[in-house]
Ligand binder design. Sequence first.
Ligand SMILES: *Cc1c(COP(=O)(O)O)cnc(C)c1O
Length: 505
Amino acid sequence: MTGVLIWTDSVGLSNHSQPVTSKRMKDEATESGPLGRRLLEDAEEMRRSGYLVVDAIVDRWSRLDDGPAWQGATRDATGPLLHGPPPEEGRDLDGLLEQVLQDVMPLAARIDHPRFLAFIPSSPSWASVLASFLISGYNVFQGTWLESAGPSQIELTVTDWFRDWVGYPKGGGGLFTSGASVANLVAIVAAREVAGNPGRATLYLSEQAHASVQRAAGIAGIAPELIRVVAADEEHRMIPSRLHQAIRRDRAEGLRPFCLTATAGTTNTGAIDPLNELAAIAREEGLWYHIDAAYGGFAVLDPRTRPLLKGLELSDSITLDPHKWLFQPYETGCLIARDATRLESAFRIMPEYLQDAAWGPEHVNFCDRGPQLTRVFRALRVWLAVHRYGLAAHRDAIAHGIALAEQVAARIRREGELELLAPQSLGMVCFRYRGRPGALRDDRLDDVNAHIQSTIVQSGFAMISSTRMKGRFSLRFCILNARTTAGDVGRVLDRILELGREFAA
Ligand SMILES: *Cc1c(COP(=O)(O)O)cnc(C)c1O
């Protein structure tokens, strides 16, 4: 290993061709007193209990299909089971793990179940889960380059991949976040700073934007009455002419339009806003153009879908959620900006106690790009998974979800008893049971579909969620999990038809 750096008095750093010969760490555990030792496990016990956890996860993954897709409980049940004071003395790990596996973990949605089609599912790959374990065990501090040169390089590398995938030029870059909610916040704060923190700063989003955008704007100090909700068209996409009217009207009234937030893959229907037209308006009006592509962004990897996302590259920042369509565990979110230095001008802090961490602009301190100082090394999850399985496997898994959604939509169009309530987009399908012609009155359809949903969810067979489309109760599938097969979605549709007929009778 060459080029390893060690500390010196004068500049903080010097370049050595020899590896750092860290003095072999003495086994401090054996030297520390009996009090400190009580928090430490011995090596054999660590291995043994570690394997127990690995076994539990592998067992779960091998038998996901056997259990329910969802299992919940009310406080009456969880309190007596799980509430209690902290014990003064510890007890054996095996018993505790057993309790957690029996009483706690089953009372949660199985989001990676092949028939979990609700909300936006998540199904992390094994390499990404192992990376999570590794980064906890090594407890990397991913705030400054000084404390995480290797990990920071990996975060730069992976965010550069993302930058290239979305089509930003060199100079683009970003950071990993806990999720899209924080990524949206980072973007809005950066936008506000670039605009010079004006008073009466006004932000635009569509009625179909994710609620986290509105919340982020609030946290960023945008007054509620200056968050402009722009109408969407029949296909749930922001209407550019409405946006433009609103901006002009606001400007005429002395407000300061500064940020437009579009969505590429809405949470409701998967709709993609008209990204190119919105870009032109943002450019003309001098607005920061943010695209929330938390759900839909990684579909750029699928060559067949990529054209639908044309225009992403025209934005100033993009939210991506690797914990959705890049098969990563929660909390793996990301924000990429066209010009990464803009994030740094918005967020950089350099208090005296961090003076050692200033290594110059080449050495990114990721704490300077967002709100967190202490950060976990999330980028490793993506890096490990993409190297382990290859980009092609990820691309194919995304395409697989979209293909299944297309099959579902095609069957709904064929079946007279089902009705699409929004155009299928990406992996999302919104529809309802409507019965044979004349069999069900319109005003009963909401009830019937709500019954269908709750019966399916309570049975554990599948988890599907609902939404409203122009006031009408809609069933909704979001297909994303690489484990989900055509058989799975077909059987859920069969069940919906069966239940619909039962309720209609
Ligand atoms: C999921 C989602 C969010 C929220 O993301 P979190 O990772 O849960 O914070 C925001 N916007 C869109 C479009 C989403 O799909």
